[in-house]
Design a protein around this ligand. Structure first.
Ligand SMILES: Cc1cc2nc3c(=O)[nH]c(=O)nc-3n(C[C@H](O)[C@H](O)[C@H](O)COP(=O)(O)O)c2cc1C
Length: 344
């Protein structure tokens, strides 16, 4: 049997396939099922920063009902903060009603006790406030690592690129100073010099980078002439963007790289590993195909390894990364010209 063992964030995983943070990792029965189906680790549904503000306001207002905050006039500080981060808003609105920080911590404890694979907690941050206290409490639940989903949409006219990047470093340093858990940072691709920014992030003492968060996009509904949302789930064609960047960054960063977005089958999974990913997360594929996609991906990978005489993941990981190229963009440009000039 091919050996799929991997070390990610310093944790031993039976294989590099990770159930990414999403609504499916928000129940103990699902987490048990995911472990049974064979995932190497699971990332729990995120606790969103805005939920913590809700909690904080609840304490300040002694409002045991909890979510009345969301009904405040839009000119309150909280509402303004939320409307500033439209993507997060739709995710958290319903979730915030049902969940409290205490419940999240209790859930993490239970999740950890329920399975014998690594359990990774997740918090979704949009600012550099208050993270150490919450991170410390998360560490106390016994989970194996913490994924910080830092998503700063560079749409605030008042903030420069440098201002935005500063928030990443402040969040990381605040959390790192208070906990010993391995930390992964899940981030997007809105950096003006992505390669350099990711490299700098990898040098902050974090153990891994999850590339990329898939942005929630708004859309326009021409029937209602109002706002709608873009596709919630990725398609199988979307893996190439992440593949390009894993391939470019692999070998240049000081931490593990975990691929996320568009992995729907064993082929895309293998490609990410060939590009240099330490591990790969899936979310949409589990929604679309059910949890049986997990053994399918693992079986497909084992068969491929057998066919190509690879005994371990390490023996082929990074075989096709671009670490030896000075400027991969120049090579891509030549390929692009060759390909497109042949199409009439
Ligand atoms: C319904 C849904 C809920 C999600 N919730 C979270 C979340 O709470 N935290 C997070 O970091 N990512 C969340 N994600 C993003 C996924 O973890 C993943 O990064 C993204 O969907 C791209 O991967 P995929 O192409 O395999 O779906 C969610 C995705 C979906 C579809």
């Amino acid at each position: 049997m091919e050996n799929l063992h991997t070390t990610y964030l310093g944790l031993k995983l039976r294989n590099p396939l990770i159930a990414g943070s999403c609504g499916l990792t928000n129940s103990i029965s699902n987490i048990r099922e995911l472990a049974k189906k064979g995932v190497g680790a699971v990332v729990i549904k995120s606790l969103f920063e805005e939920q913590i503000h809700v909690e904080a306001e609840k304490v300040i207002n002694n409002d045991v009902g909890g979510v009345s905050t969301f009904n405040h006039a839009p000119d309150t500080i909280l509402s303004k903060r939320i409307y500033d981060y439209e993507e997060a808003y739709s995710y958290i609105y319903d979730f915030a009603k049902r969940n409290t920080l205490g419940k999240y911590l209790g859930f993490l404890e239970e999740a950890k006790k329920s399975v014998d694979i690594p359990v990774i907690a997740s918090i979704n941050c949009v600012s550099n406030q208050n993270w150490h206290a919450f991170a410390k409490r998360i560490e106390g639940t016994g989970v194996d690592a913490l994924e910080l989903n830092i998503y700063i949409l560079p749409s605030d006219w008042r903030r420069s690129g440098e201002d935005n990047e500063k928030i990443y470093y402040e969040i990381i340093s605040e959390v790192r100073n208070y906990i010993n858990l391995p930390i992964a940072v899940k981030t997007g691709f809105y950096f003006s010099s992505l390669a350099q920014s990711v490299k700098k992030l990898s040098q902050t003492g974090i153990k891994g980078l999850v590339l990329f968060n898939r942005p929630y996009n708004t859309d326009i509904d021409i029937d209602t002439i109002g706002l709608g949302h873009g596709p919630i789930y990725s398609t199988a064609e979307e893996y190439t963007h992440t593949l390009r960047w894993i391939s470019i960054l692999s070998g240049h960063v000081s931490c593990d790289l975990c691929a996320s977005t568009g992995v729907h089958d064993h082929k895309a999974f293998i490609k990410q590993l060939l590009a240099g990913a330490t591990a790969v997360q899936i979310a949409s594929a589990m929604y679309k195909e059910g949890f049986d996609i997990i053994p399918e991906i693992l079986k497909g990978t084992s068969n491929w390894m057998k066919k190509h005489n690879f005994d371990t993941v390490d023996s082929f990981r990074g075989k096709l990364c671009k670490s030896n190229l000075e400027n991969p963009a120049a090579i891509e440009r030549v390929q692009f010209m060759k390909l497109y000039s042949g199409i009439e």
